[in-house]
Write a protein that binds this ligand. Structure first.
Ligand code: GTP
Ligand code: MG
Length: 449
């Protein structure tokens, strides 16, 4: 999602490798690269300028403590500035009222209908009873589209196929929600531009009538700086509560997510990074900053994984890891679960350094398929006794059976043992404070190489 920026920032911070002090020369060279990385990521140049200035002010005169090196110190300063730029803290959506009404608005094609369904699915997992309302009366296929997506995940949709009157639709949907005991009403509306007076009048009417607890404005990250401008002009007409940024999985360079809240003065509440219903994330500035700086995002990962893994089974796995008994059967089971969590690339990008462990040639999806093929070609005994796979004959047989080259099998086996070590560390350090320490530990490790 932020891979390009992540690589560029990592290069910029690499300037400090092997340096014991922060000097005018190394800081100037690093800041120049940081600035270029942000501009490349489509961050507005004015924001980049003040961002760089703040880092400079923060770093000059800062004594490098004996336990830190200059790279760590600057990384921490950049991290703090990024978090502050992205709005400091996550602002949760307000779903306390019964029923809660959430109004979704935005430009044509920004991802409103997809997001509405993703949000309903997200809330359903949190034990809410959502009702989706098809209030786009302008595009003929809009109702069918919403119904199609919602049906797949068993979420009810309220629509009035014959009516073009959005207030009537909203009114009847609220009555319906009361009758059906639905406690969150998500209203998906038609796409509109802030300059289109008639359409803006319509959304204002819906807003006035339904008195929503949350109005969310959806923007497409691929539109870059335009996304920020449209959010700003929309907010002048309709005072929304938060922004949703979609299509962060595409070629967008992430600048929209970095600068939106400081320019528009509205928090980003969710980001969407794929077309699947699960591809939705609550926006946490600190976690995103961690990810941008390549420190991974253990906290998000732990939460996502917890949703997928039941506690009893997880304990069993942890027990196996701690006793060094995690084998290929367990790995295979974990892969199947990880696949269910959503976009593999997103998941993998949350784990610091994991791309090194799970990738043969950069393509993680293929790599996972190959790992599955390798495990399939093992005998049941080999799957439960990883230590026997030092034997060349066995490795040759597996290579033939799976169609994976010998050097890739060797690499995979090495990765498996390395991964075991990492998982053991996570296990030994589970608990929130410790997870944070773990991130720093990894950071230190990377900085000391
Ligand atoms: N890759 C990717 N595609 C997305 C994402 N969100 C939405 N899309 C796609 O973007 C297209 C438009 O999405 P919709 O949800 O229909 O957008 P909309 O704002 O409801 O569009 P209108 O109702 O026509 O204004 C669809 O093809 C979606 O599958 C995302 O996060 N990533
Ligand atoms: Mg739509």
């Amino acid at each position: 999602m932020f891979e390009h920026l992540q690589n560029k920032l990592s290069e910029a911070l690499h300037v400090f490798k092997g340096q014991n002090t922060i000097t005018e020369i190394n800081i100037a060279s690093s800041l120049k690269k940081i600035g270029r990385a942000l501009i490349d990521a489509d961050v507005n140049h004015k924001i980049v300028k003040s961002f760089i200035q703040r880092i400079q002010e923060e770093s000059i005169g800062k004594k490098v403590l004996t336990s830190l090196n200059p790279k760590q110190l600057i990384t921490k300063i950049v991290y703090d500035e990024l978090v502050s730029l992205m709005g400091e803290k996550n602002v949760e959506i307000n779903i306390s009222r019964n029923p809660t009404i959430i109004l979704i608005c935005g430009l044509q094609g920004s991802g409103k209908t997809s997001f509405s369904s993703k949000l309903a699915f997200f809330l359903k997992k949190k034990n809410k009873y959502p009702l989706l309302v098809a209030a786009d009366t302008h595009r003929p296929a809009a109702i069918d589209q919403l119904e199609l997506i919602a049906k797949k995940v068993n979420i009810p949709v309220f629509s009035l196929k014959e009516s073009k009157n959005v207030i009537e639709i909203v009114k009847k949907s609220i009555i319906y929600a009361y009758k059906q005991n639905k406690n969150v009403i998500i209203i998906d509306t038609a796409g509109r531009l802030a300059i289109d007076e008639i359409m803006m009048e319509e959304i204002e009417k819906i807003n006035q009538y339904s008195q929503p607890n949350e109005v969310l404005f959806v923007v497409d990250a691929m539109t870059g700086q335009d996304a920020i401008n449209t959010a700003q002009s929309f907010s002048n007409v309709l005072d929304f509560d938060g922004v949703v940024i979609t299509k962060l999985d595409g070629d967008s360079r992430g600048g929209v997510a970095i600068t939106m809240s400081s320019v528009v003065k509205k928090p980003i509440k969710f980001i969407s990074n794929g077309e699947k219903i699960e591809d939705l994330e609550v926006f946490h500035p600190d976690r995103i900053a961690n990810r941008i700086l390549g420190m991974g995002d253990i906290v998000s990962l732990v939460e996502k994984v917890q949703e997928q893994f039941d506690e009893k089974r997880t304990k069993k796995i942890y027990h196996k890891i701690s006793k060094n008994r995690f084998d290929f059967n367990d790995l295979f089971e974990q892969i199947q679960k990880i696949k269910k969590i959503g976009n593999i690339k997103n998941i993998i990008s949350m784990i610091p350094g994991i791309d090194k462990y799970f990738s043969f040639d950069g393509n993680q999806k293929d790599s996972i398929a190959r790992i599955e093929a390798i495990i399939h070609s093992m005998s049941p005994y080999e799957r439960s006794h990883p230590q026997v796979l030092t034997d060349e004959k066995r490795i040759n047989r597996i290579s033939k059976g799976s169609g994976v080259a010998l050097n890739h099998i060797d690499l995979f086996l090495k990765q498996f043992h390395d991964m075991n070590k990492i998982m053991k560390k996570i296990h030994a350090h589970s608990g929130k404070k410790i997870v944070k320490d773990f991130i720093y530990q990894i950071m230190n490790k990377e900085n000391n190489v």
